[in-house]
Ligand binder design. Structure first.
Ligand code: MN
Length: 280
């Protein structure tokens, strides 16, 4: 069965994946996400980290109504029977102290394995666990496995100490942007590190976030999926009922939800694109 669009314009998927919303920061595109959540439903939804920007909130409290609306929309989905799994990232690592906990029907897990409708196993993790590996990819490749394992442990120790001292987490995306010339290399190293981890954990693929660079691709025989972000690109990944993945970009707020899109012979997505083209 393919995904269904109801006359109400709501698309139903097997699974939805979103990450890097950064609620609490001024850059979060909360209104677009509320609109997206209104128009997309799923049996399971994974929040793949950095949904709430705890670092930003510690500096100054900024949580306007649209940010609150995102939280309410997600809680409402959970109440209505959607299984919501929250995998903390580096910006919401305060939740890493609560693995296995439930908040308002939301499960908190350090990472997860998701089995698709067509039986493929996907490792779900935010991805910051590999920052040190990515930063020192070349040296580690030379030093070998033990150094690689040590780097991952060091990464979490390093950031725990920084957090205790009140320093912000080292931001991959900000850092990569500073080094624009090398950014492509770092993104490549990140993708490889995540694919390698999926392979180590006997998975067919990985679904992650963190670097704000949405993609459905392949790295060394492993399906590499990055959910992107809701700061700049406004992207989500959806698994259809047949197990196929779809990358959805949601860069403008749509009209009233009751619009009978099928009657005008357009799917929600093509209609959305046509509107974007009109606006451009
Ligand atoms: Mn992150």
């Amino acid at each position: 069965m393919a995904e269904a669009t109801e006359p109400t314009g709501i698309r139903h998927f097997r699974t939805l994946f979103i990450s890097d919303v950064h609620l609490g920061s001024k850059a979060a595109q909360a209104e677009l996400l509320v609109d997206f959540l209104r128009r997309h439903d799923a049996e399971t939804m994974y929040l793949v980290g950095d949904i709430i920007d705890g670092w930003r909130l510690r500096r100054s409290w900024h949580f306007p109504q649209p940010h609150n609306d995102v939280v309410q929309k997600i809680l409402r989905k959970a109440r209505k029977g959607c299984r919501v799994v929250y995998i903390p990232g580096n910006h919401d690592e305060f939740l890493r102290d609560f693995p296995g906990e439930h908040f308002g029907g939301i499960e908190v897990k350090m990472n997860a394995t998701h089995v698709t409708a067509d039986g493929r196993r996907f490792l779900i993790m935010h991805g910051d666990e590999f920052d040190v590996v990515v930063r020192n990819a070349r040296v580690l490749a030379y030093l070998g496995d033990w150094a690689y394992d040590a780097a991952i442990i060091l990464n979490s120790l390093f950031n725990t100490v920084r957090r205790r001292l009140g320093f912000p987490y080292w931001s991959f995306s900000a850092w990569a942007k500073l080094k624009v010339k090398n950014a492509v290399n770092f993104i490549g190293a990140f993708e490889e590190a995540l694919a390698e981890e999926a392979h180590r954990q006997d998975c067919d693929g990985v679904i992650c976030g963190h670097i704000h660079h949405a993609l459905i691709g392949e790295r060394a025989g492993i399906v590499y999926i990055n959910t992107g972000d809701w700061v700049e690109s406004c992207t989500a990944v959806a698994e259809r009922h047949d197990g196929a993945f779809e990358l959805i970009r949601w860069t403008e707020v749509m009209g009233p939800i009751a619009m009978p899109l099928k009657a005008v012979g357009a799917s929600l997505e093509t209609n959305h694109r046509a509107r974007a083209a009109e606006a451009a």
